[in-house]
Design a protein around this ligand. Structure first.
Ligand SMILES: Nc1ncnc2c1ncn2[C@@H]1O[C@H](COP(=O)(O)OP(=O)(O)OP(=O)(O)O)[C@@H](O)[C@H]1O
Ligand SMILES: [Mg+2]
Length: 305
């Protein structure tokens, strides 16, 4: 039994609220997992430059296709997955937007990562972002920060556009790169044109400035970063150092205890780390998984912070 499953069992025995997660409700037709190997940016061939968009163009997401594939959409907001994300997003929003003394610094910068490839980061990021967009008070920006292996164009069925790396290299301004979509209050920022110095760019002062701008410019906006796995890329660790909150996706019956501990050790400095069990089989009470927070101790689980 994995570390999270043990924690889930403990929480269940104590009758603590369990958050159902992504379970098996999602349907076939998702992008297949791909072998990642070492994704050091030096190995990435520069891609064809991505066409610049006309100013203020809106991205049209095929919501029917997305909903059909099991993702949350405005018309798909009462599915089991949508219900699960209603609970999953709550502590994240509270940490980001709460007006109490406990509000987390840069809490509106939320990174979604995992130890290893294929655990469900992109799926979780998109569902989380869609779910937040349906809040009355919040807007959301979904950033494809897996710059070596961006998945947003394929998942949303849209064309790749200039994005984060182009902003960092000064090719385009942030305001121009952030694209509104046909989903109200939901914008996206593509990964952008791949670059051999991506890690350095993400670690640069420009990145810090851009994140500050993102974090402070719109106080009601949450920014969700779909990120590479922690144990296979430097980019993820660099990104993590800027974040207010990190959601670590853990694949049920797959992620090993030691692997998870190793991954969590790389994000020690982030004030809030939340663990999300993904792809779990149903257990007692019909729940599919659990969600908890991780504090100073690797075994410190509980709801919220
Ligand atoms: N809860 C779930 N139920 C069923 N399938 C899922 C679930 N979450 C993710 N998947 C599937 O698992 C595969 C990997 O998911 P996803 O692309 O979200 O992972 P990832 O962590 O972003 O992967 P990578 O590290 O390659 O970027 C996809 O085929 C996706 O459809
Ligand atoms: Mg991914």
């Amino acid at each position: 039994m994995s570390i999270i499953e043990r924690a889930a069992k403990r929480m269940e025995e104590r009758k603590e609220p369990l958050v159902t997660s992504l379970g098996s409700v999602l349907q076939d037709g998702f992008p297949a997992t791909y072998p990642r190997g070492d994704i050091g940016m030096a190995d990435v061939e520069p891609e064809k430059p991505i066409a610049k968009r006309p100013a203020a163009s809106r991205v049209e997401i095929d919501l029917f296709r997305l909903g059909h594939r099991g993702f949350i959409t405005p018309d798909n907001s009462s599915t089991p997955v949508a219900e699960e994300f209603r609970i999953i997003k709550r502590p994240l929003i509270r940490n980001a937007m709460g007006h109490s003394a406990g509000t987390v610094k840069n809490g509106n910068l939320i990174m979604v990562t995992s130890a290893l490839p294929g655990e469900g980061k992109s799926t979780t990021s998109l569902n989380l972002a869609m779910s937040i967009a349906m809040e009355v008070d919040n807007t959301v920006l979904l950033v494809d920060a897996d710059v070596a292996r961006p998945s947003l164009p394929e998942t949303l069925g849209i064309q790749a556009r200039p994005g984060l790396l182009d902003v960092l290299s000064g090719q385009i301004g942030l305001a121009e790169a952030v694209l509104p979509t046909n989903v109200n209050k939901f914008s996206i920022l593509h990964a952008g044109t791949s670059h051999s110095k991506a890690t350095e760019m993400l670690a640069s002062d420009s990145m810090r400035q851009i994140l500050d701008e993102m974090a402070n410019r719109y106080s009601d906006r949450l920014i969700v970063f779909d990120s590479p796995p922690l144990l296979l890329s430097n980019e993820s660790r660099v990104l993590a150092s800027h974040m207010g909150q990190i959601v670590v996706v853990v694949e049920a019956e797959s992620t090993m205890h030691g692997t998870l501990i190793e991954a969590l050790a790389t994000i020690e400095s982030c004030p809030v780390k939340l663990l999300l069990l993904n792809k779990a089989k149903a257990h007692g009470g019909g729940a599919y998984g659990t969600y908890g927070s991780y504090g100073g101790s690797p075994y410190g689980y509980g709801q919220g912070r």
